[in-house]
Ligand binder design. Structure first.
Ligand code: FAD
Length: 509
């Protein structure tokens, strides 16, 4: 220990966790903040540091920080940020830790600002809004609101964080009626690079207000989001209709056909929501999974009309899920927290994972089948030989998200019947990371090429499903990128974020 101690003393490199060293300046900032806030600064070699460091959805996103700051109030968060910026300490911001991209919400040789202790839910029925702290998970939000007959346009998986999802857009079960989650945020409590705490609304700062809708928050910390409340149709029970259906490979052509039809129709029923997924295990594409939700309850024991063709295509879907060893989620009335509970299954939590996305406009069944063929070809080796599991998801986005309203910065006004398509790869061994990233790149490249050939490719990339090498902000178009650059310059005139926060999709270098 003499040499590391000496290097640290010389202001060079101090020993850290997991083989990662931290610079002496990072160690010094941790020490100062640890003295000021002993309960809210987690230091290496403690159980709480270990737990918080590894609290990521995907293990490839885990990096060992010099220490972790877990402010319990906005005021403490502000003081902590002041220390980070005045000491020029690199840092990363984390809410729910569901980004699969290494260094987006994790950091090596820097400090992790974890918002996990900010978890208040403050209901304001008089303004029909609820203020959600950034560190909350959607499951907690729904469990609090649905017994009261309310919900919000949040994530569809309970473990996802409020912070990251809200800043990247947010696709909810209500997307076809209310658009993106961020379109339903009426106020933000932010921490500026200057450490000032500020409330941002459409009237107090219209430019910054809009810039927060889809930009990923690349120039500040959002401490809390004020969401518009949605009244659940079934006020008494707080329930919607829905669940998950698994079926074997035989049903895949039928599921793809119905998915294309559902999307082409608009969808016809805006109270519905659909995610169709095809899965590949051990080199075989043999699972179809549909998540079908209807926010208005049908008659007792009935299936909403819009989903009947899917039931036909999937046959005895829920029985099949038992055969596959996956817990069945019975279709029927359920609270949103119950439906969202199955969307982030424990058996994939903590594995290595990556997603990559593209958007297409009004794809037909043939294009969706082509996507499955690409999946079979590009991932066969990884899946059959190296144990990777691959899923390919099709998400019809509905009309409302692109209805010619410039309320967010994603640049997708007046587009036609958009569908999001993304791969998610799950694997165990770090040594095949690069191979997986390359395969995902190649597969998405082929889907883009195929879509361009058919004239259905869309420029827009959805931030929340994007891989680190996708230029998400450029996909919003030059006008929106220029707008964001202007806001970035005003909010962060000294370029603090550009210097100190390395993760996230860049607005400008
Ligand atoms: C199982 C699963 C289910 C999902 N379901 C959905 C879904 O239904 N709908 C959907 O739209 N997306 C979904 N996603 C994608 C998800 O929205 C993104 O991964 C999102 O970034 C996760 O947010 P987080 O707070 O958990 O992540 P984090 O990893 O904590 O944060 C993601 C990014 O946002 C930044 N960030 C987070 N909070 C703040 C803040 N308060 N201020 C400034 N920057 C911040 C981080 O620095 C990081 O760059 C899902 C992902 C997974 C893994």
């Amino acid at each position: 220990m003499v040499l590391p101690g000496l290097l640290c003393g010389l202001g060079l490199l101090c020993p850290g966790q997991g083989g990662g060293g931290v610079s002496a300046s990072v160690a010094a900032t941790c020490k100062t903040l640890g003295t000021l806030y002993p309960a809210e600064v987690l230091l290496p070699n403690t159980k709480s540091y270990e737990t918080e460091t590894t609290a990521h959805w995907a293990s490839n996103a885990i990096l060992p920080p010099g220490c972790i700051l877990t402010p319990s109030t906005p005021k403490i968060a502000s003081t902590m940020l002041h220390h980070l910026t005045t000491t020029s300490t690199p840092f990363s911001i984390r809410s729910g830790g569901h980004s699969n991209n290494p260094s987006f919400s994790s950091i090596q040789n820097g400090i992790l600002l974890s918002l996990s202790s900010l978890r208040r839910i403050t209901l304001s029925p008089e303004t029909n809004t609820v203020l959600l702290d950034s560190g909350l998970r959607w499951g907690e939000v729904y469990s609090h609101l649905s017994p009261l007959g309310f919900t919000v346009a949040g994530g569809r998986a309970e473990s996802v964080g409020v912070g990251g999802l809200s800043l990247g857009g947010g696709i909810s079960f209500y997307a076809y009626t209310v658009g993106f989650g961020c379109d339903n945020i009426v106020g933000y409590l932010v921490l500026l690079p200057s450490s000032e705490i500020k409330e941002v609304t459409a009237t107090s700062d219209p430019e910054l207000f809009r810039a927060l809708k889809g930009s990923g928050g690349r120039f500040l910390v959002v401490l809390a989001f004020r969401y518009r409340l949605i009244q659940i149709d079934d006020q008494a029970e707080g329930k919607v209709w829905g669940g998950m259906t698994y079926s074997t490979g035989l049903s895949i052509p039928g599921v793809l056909r119905e998915t294309a039809r559902f999307n082409a129709a608009g969808p016809v029923d805006e109270d519905s929501h659909l995610i169709s997924t095809v899965g590949m295990v051990a080199g075989v594409v043999d699972i179809a999974l549909t998540i079908t939700v209807h926010t208005k309850l049908p008659g007792k024991g009935e299936t909403p009309e819009v989903f009947k063709p899917f039931r036909k295509a999937q046959g005895l879907g829920t029985t099949t899920s038992a055969l596959l060893g996956i817990p069945a989620k019975k279709l029927g009335p359920a609270r949103i927290e119950e439906i969202s509970d199955g969307q982030s299954p424990d058996f994939v939590y903590g594995k290595r994972q990556i997603m990559k996305q593209l958007t297409v406009s009004n794809p037909d069944e043939e294009y969706l089948s082509e996507c499955v063929k690409v999946m079979k070809k590009e991932f066969f080796g990884l899946s059959a030989g190296k144990g990777a599991m691959v899923t390919l998801s099709f998400i019809p986005l509905g009309k409302v998200i692109s209805k010619g309203r410039k309320q967010n910065v994603m640049g997708i006004e007046n587009r036609d019947r958009l569908m999001s398509v993304h791969f998610n790869v799950i694997w165990d061994k770090e040594r095949i990371d690069e191979e997986v990233y390359e395969a995902v790149d190649k597969a998405i490249g082929r889907l883009v090429e195929e879509a361009k050939g058919r004239g259905i490719w869309e420029r827009w990339v959805y931030m929340n499903y994007a891989m680190f090498d996708q230029d998400v902000i450029a996909s919003y178009g030059e006008e929106e990128r220029g707008f964001l650059r202007g806001v970035e310059r005003r909010v962060d005139p000294d370029g603090v974020w550009k210097r100190l926060v390395k993760g996230g999709f860049k607005i400008s270098e």
